[in-house]
Design a protein around this ligand. Structure first.
Ligand SMILES: Nc1ncnc2c1ncn2[C@@H]1O[C@H](COP(=O)(O)OP(=O)(O)OP(=O)(O)O)[C@@H](O)[C@H]1O
Length: 274
């Protein structure tokens, strides 16, 4: 299914006919796994798009392709119109700065031996080396305030094991913000968090969109949270986008049987049963 490009040419991130095949023989081989097959996706400036599907539907592969961690078998990714596959050296590093990944597991994504201050200073040293000394420390404090980890001094000194899952995920988000990204690819960012902490992290991400104009791809198996959080939803099934549209339409008037299945298996108290 071709997705209508809601955001037009200003869209920071766009994927066209994105395909990733794993395994021997690649295309055409019966041993090949078509993890992603012809996905079109547009992420407009300041837009939140949810990529929803069950485990194995290809969501994380899309995220890795968009993040530049893997090359597509075919198809292409464009950032502000420039094809990522053609970027080399500094231009490619600039791309990976502008498109940041947030991972599912905040416990695994932070090194246990480093304080929050170290993690954030390091992000800034890599991505904004022009900030030094006191300017870097000020920027670290600014990052913590942005993700609402206050009082800042308490969190600066903290080690990951002293933080809750939600606080760790906020540190991971602050680390990503150190790169001044245009796009956040959030791969199941709240699914390992206590239910009581999930909304807080999603609200923080939405606030970053509202105040900084960051575009967010929200990858999830939970269509109810996608409805709450995203402007648009793309439903993925077996490597393909089988349905897409604004969040209300997709969740209230699903057309594809797989979308209906996802909705039925994730009861949403606000859903109107027709
Ligand atoms: N490196 C790889 N080598 C071989 N097959 C892979 C590789 N990565 C993913 N796959 C396969 O591609 C398909 C899509 O996997 P992917 O991880 O993208 O799905 P997903 O929707 O993100 O699932 P999950 O939510 O469990 O991470 C699966 O069949 C998976 O086994």
């Amino acid at each position: 299914m071709t997705e209508s490009p809601a955001a037009g040419p200003a869209a920071p991130l766009r994927a066209e006919a994105l395909t990733r095949v794993y395994g021997s023989g690649a295309l055409g081989s019966r041993h090949a796994v078509h993890a992603v097959a012809g996905v079109d996706l547009t992420l407009g400036a300041g837009e939140i798009v949810a990529l929803v599907g069950e485990s194995g539907s290809g969501k994380s592969t899309v995220a890795r392709l968009l993040a530049g961690l893997e090359r597509p078998t075919s198809g292409r990714v464009l950032l502000h119109g420039a094809e990522v596959g053609t970027l080399r050296g500094r231009a490619f590093r600039r791309y990976t700065r502008q498109v940041q990944l947030i991972f599912q597991d905040p416990f695994a994504s932070l090194n246990p031996v480093h304080t929050v201050r170290y993690v954030l200073r390091r992000s800034l040293a890599i991505h904004r080396p022009q900030l030094r000394g006191a300017a870097r420390d000020d920027a670290v404090r600014g990052l913590l305030e942005r993700v609402r980890l206050t009082p800042v001094d308490r969190f600066l000194r903290a080690f990951p094991h002293e933080l809750s899952g939600g606080q760790r995920q906020r540190v991971a988000i602050a680390r990503a913000l150190g790169a001044e990204p245009a796009v956040l690819l959030a791969d199941e960012p709240v699914s390992m968090l206590d239910v009581s902490l999930r909304l807080g992290v999603l609200d923080l991400l939405r606030d970053l969109r509202d105040t900084m104009g960051i575009a967010i791809l929200y990858i999830t198996h939970d269509i109810a949270s996608a409805r709450y959080f995203a402007d648009r939803i793309l439903v993925m099934y077996q490597g393909q986008v089988v349905e897409s549209g604004d969040s209300e339409s997709v969740t209230q008037r699903p057309e594809h049987p797989y979308t209906r299945l996802l909705i039925d298996s994730a009861p949403d108290p606000e859903r109107v049963v027709r």
